[in-house]
Write a protein that binds this ligand. Structure first.
Ligand code: GDP
Ligand code: IMO
Ligand code: MG
Length: 425
């Protein structure tokens, strides 16, 4: 049985978790492969809302095993709080969550430095991070000054941690004038974390390969999206990992030949949180209208999301970089009020049409729009493609043509049941 991958095609918050939850019913193992508590993944089942940050979104099904892959940066206390909350909600998470021994740990000094940098940087240099310490933790991983979950299995990690805390305390003091982090506090938290998670830690790359060979169905859960990829996104206004397909292989250790389906998740319009270029962004009342209609406020930070029209040039970039085999289109119900719906079909720079989504200079492009007729009917909760208004079907097939990949899931509301999939297309 092959592995499938769910990847964000825009700047995050595309509705990945809604689709992952929908697909999880036919899945044995769900794996988070990158990012950390910067992610906010929302699932709604029978009107009840669940928000996940570190725990994979498929955890609420009985049959699923959930894995935190080696590519994730894990804040241990945040993770325990999230697990405890879910356990209280009735899900036996501690019995069904596996943790990679190669997953990097995120400490309070990472988030403090992230926060201090964001606060002290001038507006033109700010990234608008979630202040969860993600970039600082990944930088330590690359600098080889990180600590991994598996290190905690042997007490000798303490000497190394002491040295790392001392080093970071000098940085906190000298660069940001901030108070030190207590080694004892961090260490006590780690002891508590390991006492709860010891039996769940393993070499997940080996485990996943073995399970795939036995025929288990594996779903890889991406956080963020292609526009936030550190290599293929709008650098430097990106996150510090690779949410794209390459990152999914590295962040799990699953060999490429297991991966057969790459499902790109795409909102029927575009949103972005934080700083950085956004060619189809709507300003003023138009942007506010879409934001309030779509409930576009971050699930992690509560920040208002910037809103704009669908961008087919960005989607073609995502399809290419990720090798997307099918598209799930979300939040189409939010576009029900428009007479005409503009879509970005390409970009021009200095009067010349660009071949593709550019690696830099996105803030300078001129957008080429095409307008499609709106359907002006509430389509919330429709589960049969044939019941969608003709103009809505035309919008979907126009996007399909512009993207060049089949759309085979359409989401018409936040709830698991508000989904068009399969035979009715
Ligand atoms: P993720 O980070 O990609 O998993 O997406 P988020 O959970 O951060 O944001 C998506 C938001 O849209 C959540 O509040 C979802 O409940 C909601 N949502 C997902 N799909 C749909 C849809 O088709 N229609 C509507 N109205 N809301 C949706
Ligand atoms: P999900 O998984 C939307 C954005 C931040 C900021 C940039 C860098 O819910 O789609 P970071 O804290 O990662 O260093 O911030 O990335 N960002 C997200 N935007 N959805 C997310 O996750 C995001 N995770 C990070 O707003 O612009
Ligand atoms: Mg989100």
């Amino acid at each position: 049985m092959p592995a499938s991958l769910v990847v964000g095609t825009q700047w995050g918050d595309e509705g990945k978790a809604k689709v992952i939850d929908f697909l999880s019913k036919d899945t044995d193992i769900i794996v988070r492969y990158q990012g950390g508590a910067n992610a906010g993944h929302t699932v709604v089942v029978h009107g009840k809302k669940y928000v996940f940050h570190l725990v994979p979104s498929g955890v609420i099904y009985d049959q699923t095993i959930c894995v935190i892959g080696n590519g994730v940066v894990l804040d241990p206390m945040f993770f325990i709080e999230e697990c405890d909350r879910l356990q209280k909600e009735g899900f036996p998470v501690y019995d069904k969550l596996l943790l990679s021994d190669a997953c990097h740990l995120l400490f309070p000094y990472h988030s403090q430095i992230d926060s201090a940098r964001e606060t002290t940087l001038s507006q033109e240099h700010k990234i608008g991070t979630t202040k969860k310490g993600i970039g600082v933790c990944y930088a330590d991983k690359m600098m080889r000054t990180g600590l991994r979950v598996g290190d905690l299995l042997d007490d000798s990690y303490q000497a190394r941690l002491k040295h790392l805390v001392e080093e970071k305390n000098r940085e906190l003091d000298k660069l940001y004038g901030m108070p030190p982090v207590s080694f004892n506090d961090v260490n006590e938290n780690l002891k508590f974390f390991i006492s709860k998670m010891r039996k769940n830690i393993l070499n997940t790359a080996y485990y996943l390969d073995s399970e795939l060979k036995k025929g288990k169905r594996v779903l890889l859960e991406g956080a963020q999206g292609t526009g936030l990829d550190v290599d293929f996104g709008t650098y430097p206004y990106v996150t510090s990992s690779n949410p794209t397909t390459g990152g999914a292989l590295i962040g799990t250790g699953i060999p490429f030949h297991h991966l057969k389906h790459v499902i790109g998740i795409t909102k029927a319009y575009t949103t972005r949180v934080g700083e950085g270029p956004f060619p189809t962004e709507l300003s003023g009342e138009e942007g506010e209208f879409l934001r309030s209609k779509g409930g576009e406020y971050g699930a992690t930070t509560g920040r208002p999301r910037r809103c704009g029209w669908f961008d087919a040039e960005m989607l073609r970039h995502s399809v290419r970089i990720n090798g997307i085999t099918s598209i799930a289109l979300t939040k189409i119900d939010i576009l029900s009020d428009y007479d005409k719906i503009p879509v970005a079909v390409g970009y021009k720079l200095n009067g010349k049409t660009l071949d593709c989504f550019p690696s830099q200079g996105l803030e300078k492009v001129e957008v080429i729009y095409e307008e499609f007729p709106g359907w002006k009917t509430d389509i919330s909760g429709i589960c049969d493609f044939q019941k969608l208004p003709e103009k809505c079907k035309n919008y979907i097939s126009a996007l399909e043509k512009l993207i060049g990949v089949k759309i085979n899931l359409v989401s018409t509301g936040p709830d698991r049941k508000d989904t068009i999939h399969g035979d009715s297309f």
